[in-house]
Write a new protein. Structure first.
Length: 106
């Protein structure tokens, strides 16, 4: 399945627009990640534990988007947009949502 942020795919024609499709993932920031992230904040640098969590959540959201599109009969998703939101008390949870347009390509 082709998943892209663009509205078209060069050399491909959309034969049918199916509709909006989404995928979501919510991850919690646990105590250990928070502790090491706070150390990183003090000394500088990147927080690899948070980056890994973000990548995992993004991958889950995109995989769910693809599964939902496939169930709808699509073979591609166009105009994919990724959104990141913090949820919960003190922003203790991170939600990644992916949305796009499920289509059938010729």
């Amino acid at each position: 399945m082709i998943v892209t942020t663009t509205n078209t795919i060069e050399g491909k024609k959309v034969s049918r627009y199916i509709g909006i499709v989404t995928g979501e993932a919510i991850i919690g920031a646990n105590f250990v990640k928070d502790f090491f992230a706070s150390i990183t904040d003090i000394v500088g640098g990147r927080s690899s534990s948070y980056e890994k969590g973000l990548r995992e959540a993004k991958d889950i959201a995109i995989a769910e988007l693809q599964e939902n599109a496939q169930r709808m009969g699509a073979n591609a998703v166009l105009a994919v947009d990724l959104d990141y939101e913090t949820l919960g008390q003190g922003g203790s949870m991170l939600m990644v949502s992916a949305s796009g347009t499920a289509v059938v390509l010729e």
